[in-house]
Design a protein. Structure first.
Ligand SMILES: Cc1cc2nc3c(=O)[nH]c(=O)nc-3n(C[C@H](O)[C@H](O)[C@H](O)COP(=O)(O)O)c2cc1C
Length: 175
């Protein structure tokens, strides 16, 4: 797929098939994240967790429902068979760097996923559930790292749509 087509076909998938994605697809997606730009090239400040254990996914889903009741979704992780969690070491001097790095990493992963036919969605809400120490211990996030964002992966059970390539932002161009 051409890059612009992958950008146009990427969308937040909220309905997934039960079938797990192939390990080779997961590896490609993780590798795409691994070549994302990261501030000061500090790749060691990031940890990636991949949850494919159905029991843990169920626990995360229930914990998100409890933490964000107003969301009112039957399953806030949409039945996705894979959940990627990106964690970062807090940086006192540059407190936002982890957020920016995580955005770059997950966007790379989502574009790569679209390119190889895997659906995805960027999700912040699951992070609300990661205040439960029991759940956090199940995720085995190394000490010193803070989970910042998640992304679901799986085969989409929604129709593919191509977006129009369009700037939606009020923009000032100074020439
Ligand atoms: C920072 C960020 C946080 C998001 N958090 C959630 C979330 O917790 N749950 C969810 O269903 N969608 C979440 N989304 C998905 C957005 O709602 C979605 O990307 C947006 O509506 C645009 O739709 P599109 O991705 O299909 O283009 C998030 C997206 C971003 C970029």
């Amino acid at each position: 797929m051409e890059t612009l087509d992958a950008l146009k076909y990427r969308k937040a998938v909220r309905k997934y098939k039960k079938e797990q994605i192939k390990d080779t697809e997961l590896e490609t997606i993780l590798a795409a994240g691994g070549i994302a730009p990261v501030g000061m090239g500090d790749y060691a400040s990031i940890h990636v967790t991949v949850v494919q254990n159905p029991e843990i996914l169920k626990k995360i889903s229930s914990a998100v429902k409890a933490a964000v009741p107003e969301m009112n979704a039957p399953d806030p992780i949409y039945g996705a068979p894979t959940l990627v969690v990106v964690s970062s070491k807090p940086n006192e001097r540059m407190p936002t760097i982890g957020d920016f790095n995580t955005g770059c990493i997950l966007e790379n992963m989502m574009i790569a996923a679209t390119d190889i036919g895997v659906g995805s969605i960027f999700m912040l809400l699951p992070v609300f559930a990661f205040t439960d120490p029991l759940l956090v211990s199940k995720l085995k996030i190394p000490s010193g790292f803070k989970p910042l964002a998640t992304m679901a992966l799986g085969y989409s059970d929604e129709p593919a749509v191509s977006k129009e390539l369009k700037n939606k932002f009020e923009t000032t161009i100074l020439r």
